[in-house]
Design a protein around this ligand. Structure first.
Ligand SMILES: C[S@@+](CC[C@H](N)C(=O)[O-])C[C@H]1O[C@@H](n2cnc3c(N)ncnc32)[C@H](O)[C@@H]1O
Length: 317
């Protein structure tokens, strides 16, 4: 089925075109996330890369989201092989489609972009909610249609905040961006090149001890939904609802198991009592991260985060 083009909302006095107002990305720009992701690691990259092991890595990322750390390591030529996983079927399908069918995806996004940007304000909101209602769990969307739907919603929803309810259904409201860049062709083609040869799979983090063995990985980065520093402070419902304290405890067990398997790992989380307790036996480094999302959207300061590693003598780093 076709996801696109509800052109009846076109407004006669709105002449802006999708492509005109923006400076294009340079063709040789380094690969970067094509999803705008809450908790995306773009602003923390320098601090994260300093703590990653030297040498060419057989790399795994257990909570991929936008994949900022993957793209940065790939750009620095530090990856010999890689596996990316996430629990969200939309995240996994988007990365797989960017890797395998980037040009069809760009064409589908251009259809969305035209239909959306040519509409008036009411028409844009209506188009957004009609695309949002095309749920991949209810409709037989092709992988390209599903990825285009996700990227379109990601670019046009409130705060770029991809939020799913407990049944895994995306439920963020419409945002109000004057000129969202929906079909970023250069970004998608560059990301596609950077994803060639990388395995991408849908998986819960609890499967990672099995996955590192199957894929013979030697370094894993884990960036789970953060544990809230206070009851109201944090957003942590990306895939399938909230990530509770019990899940944080299971994740710490998974990290201990990876260590027993001789695998190096690095984990990001909020700097809070539970995280400090769970990882007390490992190396905890405090980092400061600029953050733009909390539950009320009204306190946008720096958030204290930690980076934890299992670096120790006997484990090459
Ligand atoms: C903090 S985000 C990762 C951000 C990412 N590092 C980036 O730079 O964009 C957390 C991710 O964990 C995923 N997730 C949530 N629960 C999960 C689970 N049980 N197993 C695996 N992934 C999960 C979410 O879908 C989300 O993409």
């Amino acid at each position: 089925m076709q996801v696109v083009a509800f052109s009846s909302y076109a407004s006669p006095d709105r002449t802006r075109s999708a492509a005109t107002a923006r400076a294009p990305e340079p063709a040789d720009a380094p690969a970067r996330p094509f999803l705008k992701w809450v908790g995306g690691k773009g602003k923390l990259l320098d601090q994260i890369l300093v703590h990653a092991p030297r040498g060419r890595l057989r790399y795994g990322e257990a909570f991929t989201g936008g994949g900022a750390v993957y793209f940065a390591l790939r750009g620095e030529g530090r990856l010999a092989s890689a596996l990316l996983t996430d629990l969200s079927g939309d995240v996994v399908n988007a990365h797989t489609t960017v890797r395998d069918r980037p040009r069809e995806l760009v064409a589908a996004l251009q259809d969305h972009e035209r239909a959306y940007l040519d509409a008036d304000d009411a028409g844009r909101a209506d188009y957004f909610y009609r695309v949002r209602a095309m749920r991949p769990d209810l409709l037989a969307l092709s992988p390209v249609e599903r990825a285009a739907r996700m990227i379109f919603l990601n670019r046009t929803c409130f705060n770029g905040l991809w939020r799913e309810n407990s049944r895994g259904v995306f439920n963020s409201p419409h945002g109000r961006y004057a000129q969202p860049h929906i079909a970023n062709e250069a970004r998608i083609l560059t990301a596609s090149r950077a994803l060639q040869g990388t395995a991408i799979a849908r998986a819960d983090f609890r499967r990672w001890p099995e996955l590192v063995r199957a894929h013979e990985l030697d370094f894993v980065y884990l960036d789970p939904p953060y544990h809230p520093v206070s009851v109201t402070s944090s957003f942590n419902a990306y895939a399938g609802g909230a990530f509770a304290a019990a899940a944080q405890r299971e994740l710490a067990e998974v990290c201990a198991e990876l260590d027993r398997l001789g695998v190096r790992w690095m984990l990001s989380n909020s700097d809070c009592a539970l995280v400090r307790e769970l990882y007390a036996r490992w190396n905890i480094h405090a980092v400061r991260a600029p953050r733009a999302v909390n539950s009320k959207g009204d306190s946008r300061g720096k958030v204290a985060e930690v980076l934890v590693t299992n670096r120790r003598s006997g484990l090459a780093w």
